[in-house]
Design a protein around this ligand. Sequence first.
Ligand SMILES: Cc1ncc(COP(=O)(O)O)c(C=O)c1O
Length: 347
Amino acid sequence: MDSFDLNSLVRPSVSVMKPYSSARDEFTDFDQEMVFLDANENPFDTGVNRYPDPQQGKLKELLARRKGVSTVNLLLGNGSDEVLDLIFRAFCNPSKDNIISLPPTYGMYKVLCATNDVENREVLLNSDFQPDISAILETVDADTKLIFFCSPNNPTGNLIDPAKIIQVLEQFNGLVVIDEAYIDFAAAESWVSQLSNFPNLIVTQTLSKAYGMAGIRLGLAFASSEIIAILNKIKPPYNVNELTQRSAYDRVAQLDQVDREVDAILDNRERLISALKNIDFVTEIFPSDANFVLARVDNANKRYDQLIQKGIVVRNRSTQPLCENTLRFTVGTSEENIILINALNSI
Ligand SMILES: Cc1ncc(COP(=O)(O)O)c(C=O)c1O
């Protein structure tokens, strides 16, 4: 890849814009006792009467240390959905540019194409749920800005073959986004360690899955400092609220607890897979590196409804290409796992 040029990928309006400068951007020494009369806040202390740190300094320092990157390689957002949207808005010119996504995959890439008026070029995964690299590269044209890999992939659960991702990183002059929402459940290293090798790589992660914090909304993007600077320029000033910054900090400071929960989820995943093997209407179980298992059944609508009757909600993925008659089971607690397995056995 000899002609990657980040400046040529950024939307011209983003290139020339000046970011919004907030009151809290101008004064950043939060440890000093000061009288803050700059941001039109209510001065009476509610615990959250002040705007949050727009750069999330304290949380970002901790996350960067934990992930082995510098803070300049990290952007935080209101869930990884916001981070993905910022990537679209920084690089894709509405009504002109296109991106490539690889169904069956996470549905938000398509939604973000629609909301940003960007063409979604879909190149199906093959029957092993791995990408067809020649087909992807043939689909690229001068207006292709982003290619999305989801690894481990949702809803299929498998990791994408790293050798295939490297082929695209090396041959595509746009940006390659690897969505690692489920990486903490996988028997694989994160692509974050490869950032220095690929200037066109963006990795996204989230605290919604392994970290158990879907309710606070915290997503991460890792990339070169140049890419992160562009995303920082367009992000809403206070996109990560004060309560989120505090509770994420407390959780990330206690990684032992997260690790214990991930271990329990992985044990329960294996138990669920063993149980599914004995259910006669389950015809295929797909290998999983995530906290869910995709399984093919004889009749997904019927089995979905039967589970609902028993008070259990799973996800019917049958409308996704290559996923006819599949159900996606999120791995719950041991108790929830037993309830699910008993229900499956009694159907
Ligand atoms: C692959 C993938 N990426 C991103 C997300 C969104 O994560 P967040 O909660 O951080 O917005 C999800 C949520 O299900 C997902 O499955």
